[in-house]
Design a protein around this ligand. Structure first.
Ligand code: MD3
Ligand code: FE
Length: 203
């Protein structure tokens, strides 16, 4: 469903076979670009979520440099692995954006991991949509408005769900409250994986 603000939740968009195919692409990415632990700017406090990326640009964060996109893995120094064509196809099918996504951020949530309320503001092209793909255990996702204290709605995201954020929702505060353990059998190791396809630079 799409709400007035431009949040489009597509429950079960990917079937079990398609989820397995996306997972295979994720496994190939992490074999070249191992998940790292991002750290908060200034404090250096670690995130509970581990991350990696594929595509020409990847999102990283550390104490000294803060939130940013860069072309290389922060630990290996290598360029990020290529964006799998399957993900580019998904972006094309779901958005009207006139160019390919530049970054696919891959978030790994173990049982106790969460992501506090934040806005995605590190992209130059803030008009471009964001496409999110959920794999593995269910998550309680919240999304509010342009101000931190705006009322929030909560959505349970399940394996295979896709969310497209456009319009006003693109700049809304959002986060992951918690992961519901053992709600999916997709991942042998349990937990949750989220992929976000993003445009960084203006087309
Ligand atoms: C709503 N990830 O990586 S994806 C992030 O499930 C992030 O890992 C969450 O927030 C996750 O920045 C949520 C869904 C999502 C992505 C971008 C948004 C929701 C959004 C941007 C604006 C509003
Ligand atoms: Fe976000």
């Amino acid at each position: 469903m799409t709400d007035a603000a431009g949040l489009r939740h597509l429950p079960g968009y990917l079937n079990a076979r398609e989820q397995t195919l996306v997972l295979q692409r994720v496994r190939a990415v992490i074999s070249d670009a191992p998940p790292f632990v991002p750290r908060m700017p200034r404090t250096g406090r670690p995130f509970s979520v581990r991350m990696t990326n594929c595509g020409p640009l990847g999102w990283v964060s550390d104490q000294a440099g803060g939130y940013r996109y860069q072309a290389t893995h922060p630990e290996t120094g290598r360029p990020w692995p290529a964006m799998p064509p399957m993900l580019i196809d998904l972006w094309r099918a779901l958005t009207a954006y006139p160019a390919q996504p530049e970054a696919c951020l891959i978030n790994f949530y173990a049982a106790g991991a969460r992501m506090g309320a934040h806005r995605d503001a590190d992209e130059e092209d803030k008009a471009a949509p964001v496409v999110s793909i959920s794999l593995g255990d269910d998550a309680i996702f919240h999304v509010g408005g342009a101000r931190r204290n705006d009322p929030k709605q909560r959505i349970r995201l399940r394996s295979g769900d896709v969310v497209v954020l456009g319009g006003a929702a693109r700049m809304a505060y959002h986060g992951i409250d918690r992961i519901l353990p053992a709600t999916s059998r997709l991942l042998a190791e349990s937990g949750r994986i989220n992929l976000t396809l993003r445009r960084v630079n203006k087309a």
